[in-house]
Design a protein around this ligand. Structure first.
Ligand SMILES: Nc1ncnc2c1ncn2[C@@H]1O[C@H](COP(=O)(O)OP(=O)(O)OP(=O)(O)O)[C@@H](O)[C@H]1O
Length: 249
């Protein structure tokens, strides 16, 4: 796809694919187009030209809720939780995206709606448990620690029952020990049957957790391969020269 903002080409004829069940890393220096890619995949922007296909369907330019229903979920670089809702309620909002019953059955509390509500609650508690947040279920999201908020965002994304989950810099602000835990968590997410697309600046984390990596620079794809190939790729090394030591390590 190509995606332009006025005169600026944020994505220039970028092509890549994601295999079912893989953890794909999307990396590149600041401004390379990674978040724009996520925004196009999740329906925030439509591509200027080209196409995005998901399980055989074109999703380019579709509405966000349609894309969620088709099975793509995401987290954001800057945490976007409902801060005045509890952890559990945040996850329930995610689960609501998949409810098949509408307003009328909610108003009249029809049996199917009640069943969906009960199942949604059970699933939300399972997800909180998976994230190690069971004890935080009734706390306001705003009062959770930073790490717990990041994990809650992932739980909320998983609650929409996606096939593909897109994580935008999930390790931002984490210390090394938290990053190791996050790598383990991302692997466990994949092992539960989800496909994972990951934007991350921390090279150690990306190299350690992904099956394959796509590298963008100035809106163009400059490499696509296994972590070991990417690490030794001269174009990638050149793209990263001059960035912070932490990003390059
Ligand atoms: N809504 C927008 N309007 C105009 N320009 C935008 C918009 N969103 C992104 N851009 C521009 O598109 C380019 C790619 O930005 P993008 O945020 O996708 O990069 P990124 O690789 O995610 O960077 P970072 O690692 O800093 O998050 C940048 O030049 C950015 O300024």
């Amino acid at each position: 796809m190509t995606l332009k903002f006025g005169g600026l080409t944020a994505l220039d004829d970028v092509t890549f694919h994601i295999e079912e069940g893989e953890i794909l890393g999307l990396i590149g220096p600041n401004g390379a187009g990674k978040t724009t890619c996520f925004n196009a995949i999740t329906g925030i922007y439509g591509p200027t030209s080209g196409d995005i296909r998901f399980l055989g369907d074109s999703i380019a330019g579709r509405k966000r809720f349609e894309i969620t229903k088709l099975g793509i979920a995401r987290t954001f670089q800057n945490i976007r939780l409902f801060r005045q809702m509890t952890a559990l309620e945040n996850v329930l909002v995610g689960a609501d995206a998949q409810h098949s019953t509408g307003m009328a059955s909610a108003l009249f509390r029809l049996p199917k709606h009640r069943r969906e509500e009960r199942e949604g609650h059970e699933r939300a508690m399972e997800l909180l448990k998976f994230m190690g947040l069971t004890k935080r279920a009734d706390e306001l999201a705003a009062n959770l620690s930073y790490g717990d908020q990041r994990r809650l965002e992932i739980a909320r994304a998983m609650a929409t029952n996606p096939k593909l989950i897109c994580l935008d810099e999930p390790a931002a602000g984490f210390n090394p020990a938290e990053k190791v835990q996050l790598m383990d968590l991302i692997r466990r997410v994949r092992d539960q049957g989800y496909t994972v697309l990951l934007i991350e600046h921390d090279m150690k984390l990306v190299m350690g957790v992904t099956d394959r990596i796509v590298v963008l620079e100035f809106g163009k794809k400059i490499a696509d391969g296994a972590p070991a190939e990417i690490r030794d790729n001269p174009a990638v090394i050149a793209a990263y020269l001059g960035v912070d030591e932490e990003d390059a390590s």
